[in-house]
Design a protein around this ligand. Sequence first.
Ligand code: ADP
Ligand code: MG
Length: 689
Amino acid sequence: MLSDALTALKGVGPALAKKLEKLGLHRVEDLLFLLPLRYEDRTQLVKIGALVAGARCLVSGEVLLAETAYRGRRNLLVRVSDGSGQLTLRFFHFSRQQQAQFQNGVHVTCFGEVRRGSAGFEMIHPEYRILRESQGAAMSDSLTPIYPATEGVQQGRLRNLTDQALRAMHDDPPVELLPESVTRKLGMPSLAEAIHYLHRPPPDADIERMQAGKHPCQQRLAFEELLAHYLSLRSLRALAETDDAIALIDGSEQVSGFIADLPFTLTGAQRRVVDEILGDMSQPHPMMRLIQGDVGSGKTIVAAIACLKAIACGVQAAIMAPTEILAEQHWRNFSDWFGPLGIEPAWLSGSQKAAARRESLESIAHGRAQLIVGTHALFQEGVAFSRLALVVIDEQHRFGVHQRMALRDKGVGTEGHPHQLVMTATPIPRTLAMAAYADLDTSVIDELPPGRQPVSTIAVPDTRRAEIVERVRAACASGQQAYWVCPLIEESEVLDYQAAEASYQALTDALPELRVGLVHGRMRPAEKERGMQAFKEGLIQVLVATTVIEVGVDVPNASLMIIENAERMGLSQLHQLRGRVGRGAAQSHCVLLYKPPLGRIAKERLAVLRDTNDGFVVAQRDLELRGPGELLGTRQTGLPDYRVANLVRDAELMPQVQLTAEVIRKSSSHRAAAIVRRWLGDAGRYGKV
Ligand code: ADP
Ligand code: MG
């Protein structure tokens, strides 16, 4: 029964089944996992004399009077008394029949929100039932669940359907898939108990705890769901471990020589991460490693060392950046670093001229190019590598399972898959990383190069813009440089660019003694690059830009960052932008210009940035304010939605989920597969189990 289609239930035809599909319901069993959003207490009658405004209560009493009144429009007013006080029921829409029901002396039970009206308490459009003589008030014996709504499906209907599904569950309880040792240790109920409780909680249930999602029954389900996702990712990982890759062992001297000749010393964190990477690359299976590191922690050089290792072993390495500006910057850096070693990086981007592209493609295909730098054009069709053994993806904060899978298939040859290194622009909290990146090994660069001073950040209303312009003047007069970032206007590149253009004009007029440049997303790549390069070389002192400079851009002499309309941007984005300064020895400043008045969330966001420079703290707060979907970009990257679990609320379960997963994987692959199937469907949404 539980595995049957919904139409197996009484009262469900094809039309209703279609509507229920919108809630993600296909089989009877799915109803069990459609958990109520909240609960209402209709298990007890509340005395009218004891009502308080704002509460949603069940009340019963006798009709004293029903009358229609005009208050702009026709109202039906019904006065009800239970001896302890009087309450008015107010209806704006009503039929003649309804009006006739409310005879004086009739008994009525109603449920609704209590509000303060002109003549005492009232309920507007309560749910109500007229009681027959001698009939008592109808109370429920459990809390009333309120389900997520979909158009054309009433709560009453959902209650009826879940009733049927719960009955089916009692006849044929779902198999308990968690080992008993685990549920006992965590003090969690069985699956069937948890499901029943959450759909029909007893009158004395701790509603507050349930509303917060912290009830053991909720945790029980969340745990199993997190476990299912985790197991699925781990099995994906296990699959990769059976793949072949070229073991990159040679070239150690060249690599250590390169490190020794750098103009700076690697930080301890960089050294540790380099070791982890080189260790992975020496294995005959593809590396799948994620590097997390705050802005400015020095991820690029770590990537360069990995690339050099590959090249020294006689194979190709490719590094992909999310924007042309950043790819260009890498190309320059890598040319500088590797030039003395006789390694000339090849360039590949979408905007390249046909002839140049052809030349690049040819040298990539023939293996003359040992190192290839570019944008996502690197992985488009028609790009054939000769012996690609390492792929680095830089500043990729939206990197989903599907992209990881697609990448795995690139450069597949007789020698297997390339090693993969992903570097994220946005650090994410450890427990979230555990859940989202369970198929990857992760390294953290948790140390900034020495001598960096934290960027001091202030939030200023844009009414004080003139003052800020003076600050820019002063900073540039003392030989420093400034960014002026313009609002991102969602989904409108045109408006984006107009705003940047306007600020550019205004700043050019206000600062005649300074050279002001402009870079925005609609410029041709060559123009953008010219602007960036001029800024880098100090030919331009103020760079007005849209958020195209959000990630990666590295100009150590820039020490002042102005962000307009900061109230419109997300925390992580602001942190990234701010990370463009504070890269040199000078004390850097960030000014968040906002349009008052600030909403509550915006105020909180700006306060977080004022208070901390730590990307992990920022990420944690961002997560709490926006949810994991935004942070990980799940909508773009296909990380599936969770039905019960909430990655923020339930993050603390992750360490135990991880332990349990390892136990189950070792003891019973059967059970692991069954858990994944229950929560992710037959295919296991991430791939084969
Ligand atoms: P991110 O991690 O944000 O990508 P980058 O790789 O752009 O950071 O590095 C930021 C700056 O720090 C660059 O100018 C880089 O040359 C410099 N840098 C990197 N590592 C060190 C180090 N160990 N000591 C000093 N400067 C470093
Ligand atoms: Mg970078």
